[in-house]
Design a protein. Structure first.
Length: 206
């Protein structure tokens, strides 16, 4: 059964996945080589699932709902910079993977799709932090870049300057985040997707 991105059922499913994504965003953990303000979560899993199951537009909707619900429930402690970056990186991860999976709709295609999404999003996060997030934090909070680097160096001695911060903190953090999210999605998608198709098909018949 084919579902369009803006059908009533697709919108309802995207809303539920967005709510689940917001919950997963709250369940965050620190990583030992990253400063305290960088937290690991798998909240992009529902958006990627939606991108595979319903298409890139629905995956984007899930990512947007996640951020909206997070702001409504918890507000922001980063002057919206963190939420903006989270949305950008979510889209940089989900969209390439979802578009590729539409092109090659096979198990191997799904594997290649999540690998592609992981690599592109991790590289994107490096440049987005360098040119968007870090300058915005410096401007909005008046925190010198040296202070940010010192916070990171306290937990990661490999960080000595901006280049090593990006190479040994931002890049591995996002590679780990998106690799784990990709792995869970790859392992769960087929089983959950097939069960969901059967359930929706049964409801359509009734």
């Amino acid at each position: 059964m084919k579902y369009t991105a803006f059908s009533a059922r697709s919108m309802a499913l995207a809303a539920m996945l967005g709510a689940l994504s917001a919950v997963l965003m709250v369940l965050e953990l620190p990583l030992p080589f990253a400063p305290a303000y960088m937290k690991f979560d798998i909240s992009d899993l529902p958006a990627l699932f939606a991108g595979f199951f319903l298409g890139p537009m629905s995956g984007s909707l899930v990512a947007g709902i996640k951020i909206l619900l997070k702001l409504l429930l918890k507000g922001t402690d980063t002057a919206f910079v963190g939420e903006f970056m989270n949305l950008l990186c979510s889209l940089a991860f989900m969209l390439p993977a979802a578009f590729f999976y539409q092109y090659r709709h096979t198990k191997r295609g799904a594997l290649l799709a999540v690998i592609l999404g992981t690599i592109l999003a991790s590289v994107f996060a490096v440049f987005a932090n360098l040119y968007v997030a870090l300058p915005m934090y410096v401007e909005l909070y008046g925190i010198p870049m040296g202070t940010i680097l010192a916070m990171t160096q306290a937990v990661n001695p490999l960080v000595q300057d901006m280049d090593t911060f990006l190479l040994f903190c931002i890049l591995p953090f996002n590679l780990i985040k998106y690799t784990i999210t990709s792995l869970f999605t790859y392992l769960l998608y087929k089983r959950i997707g097939n069960a969901l198709r059967r359930q929706l098909a049964a409801r359509a018949v009734n």
